[in-house]
Design a protein around this ligand. Structure first.
Ligand SMILES: NC(=O)C1=CN([C@@H]2O[C@H](COP(=O)(O)OP(=O)(O)OC[C@H]3O[C@@H](n4cnc5c(N)ncnc54)[C@H](OP(=O)(O)O)[C@@H]3O)[C@@H](O)[C@H]2O)C=CC1
Ligand SMILES: N[C@@H](CC=O)C(=O)O
Length: 434
């Protein structure tokens, strides 16, 4: 067959914002190479947006506001969903499957909410659902978890998966700025959205953690299963206290497989934590992402790169597009059901963590003993105690050993009620300290 007889791969692009715009650009700029990699040219069949007038630079004949009609069109082979959010993205993806089209998506919120049902719908229609871009942007991570490490037993996946919050925490550590000041800077630079809630309150990282845990442990985990805390209460004092003990503060997504005689469970949490500056994740600065994986046979692996932004995310989208196109040409769907086990999710209250606690106390005989007693009463063992200052300026800095989170929370509640404690000025979890 001559090149002119080869039918192009026709793509419906849903959304033409930060990511969709970059996907459109890369498809055009890399047309030659994509053709070589897939064996046929890639053509954009149509682009669905809400407000066509906001897209003067896009070929106008491709624009439509009827996304449903676009995904079900006979001349569309593959759908790229970069609208975001739950609806109408979910309905459009399901309509695409029904019409026999494979889907590439960057939509972590939807995948974390409804990944199992979407996979089942794709499998039923014999089509593909790929979403490498949904977690950690450009970093190849989901495919290694799903495929390269599928023969291994993963123990832990710990990552910095939100660029905006990592930028904010990095600036707080570098400049001594408070949270509000660093957030304003992130907003000015375009990292944080006008409404930064999804980033700073940890929703974005929790969705990514749910996807990571589902793939790493081959079990369904949704965003609702993830314990979530954001960074808005992290203060300049927390960051300074971390530095005093050779640590830095990061928003971590932590996914663990918990061995248990009665059947393993999984624990998935997102919260700020102090980590030692020697930890591989501590040096991940600015808006970068990194994910640290611990596997039985493979040992430790680290994935690092740009976790957000149009072009880095579009790179992952196009990688999926090429994979889907190759599957189609080979007459196979490449991502069938991943053989889910159904591991229980361990509640945060039972998850062992360590706390770093700063207390403003009266500098009087017996105060230390009273404070230590509150820890002991709740079964929390103290690792180190340090007093900073004297008299009215006395501060006790306590680092605990590992204890169930419920015991640590109960200890903090008891400390807040103590007359000898003028204030609990900083409470942060600690990870990775020996
Ligand atoms: N931005 C990033 O760095 C990253 C984003 N992602 C994910 O990629 C996806 C897209 O994000 P991003 O590009 O930043 O989002 P944007 O807000 O920049 O773009 C969204 C696009 O979707 C269009 N859209 C919204 N609703 C509809 C609708 N009902 N029908 C048709 N089109 C619609 C918008 O149209 P219009 O322009 O007309 O309003 C816009 O073009 C999200 O799932 C996000 O989580 C993943 C990794 C990184
Ligand atoms: N808002 C996200 C964008 C990518 O997922 C981030 O800051 O990491």
């Amino acid at each position: 067959m001559s090149a002119s007889e080869i039918r192009p791969l026709r793509v419906a692009l849903l959304g033409c914002g930060t990511v969709g715009g970059a996907v459109l650009r890369l498809i055009s700029e890399q047309a030659h190479d994509l053709t070589a990699r897939i064996g046929r040219p890639v053509e954009v069949a149509g682009i669905a947006v809400r407000r066509p007038a906001h897209h003067p630079d896009v070929p106008q004949h491709l624009l439509t506001t009827d996304a449903h009609a676009l995904v079900t069109r006979d001349d569309v082979d593959l759908v790229v969903e970069v609208i975001g959010g739950i609806e109408p993205a979910r309905t459009l993806i399901l309509a695409a499957f029904e019409a026999g089209k494979s889907v590439v998506s960057a939509n972590k919120a939807l995948l974390a909410d409804d990944g199992v049902a979407l996979h089942a719908a794709a499998a039923k229609s014999g089509v593909d659902l790929y979403y490498e871009a949904a977690v950690a942007g450009a970093i190849p991570l989901l495919r290694p978890l799903r495929e390269s490490l599928a023969g291994d037993q993963l123990r832990r996946v710990v990552g910095i998966v939100n660029g905006t919050t990592n930028y904010i925490l990095s600036r707080m550590a570098e400049t001594g700025a408070g949270f509000a000041e660093a957030l304003a800077e992130a907003t000015d630079l375009g990292y944080a959205e006008a409404d930064p809630t999804a980033d700073v309150d940890g929703f974005d990282a929790a969705a990514k953690a749910a996807i990571l845990a589902s793939l790493a442990f081959h079990t369904p985990v949704t965003a609702a299963d993830v314990h979530r805390e954001g960074i808005s209460s992290v203060s300049a004092t927390d960051v300074a206290r971390a530095a005093e003990i050779g640590c830095t503060v990061k928003l971590l997504a932590i996914c663990e497989r918990v061995p248990n005689g009665d059947g393993d469970s999984v624990a998935v949490r997102v919260h700020p934590a102090m980590i030692p500056t020697a930890h591989p994740l501590a040096s991940v600065g600015g808006a970068f992402n990194a994910v640290f994986v611990e596997a039985e046979a493979a040992g430790q692996l680290m994935f690092y790169g740009q976790g957000a932004g149009g072009e880095p995310t579009a790179s992952a989208v196009l990688g999926d597009l090429v994979a889907v196109a190759r599957n189609r040409l080979a007459g196979a769907a490449g991502q069938g059901p991943s053989g889910y086990a159904d591991l229980a999710v361990r509640p945060m209250a039972e998850t062992p963590t360590r706390y770093h606690v700063s207390l403003d106390v009266a500098d009087k005989p017996g105060v230390l003993a009273t404070v230590a007693h509150a820890f002991a009463e709740h079964g929390v063992s103290i690792s180190t105690v340090r007093q900073n200052g004297r008299g009215d300026a006395a501060t006790l800095v306590i680092v605990t050993h590992s204890a169930p989170d419920a015991s640590l929370s109960a200890t903090i509640a008891a400390l807040r009620d103590m007359p000898a404690v003028r204030g609990v000025t900083s409470v942060l979890r600690v990870e990775g300290l020996s």
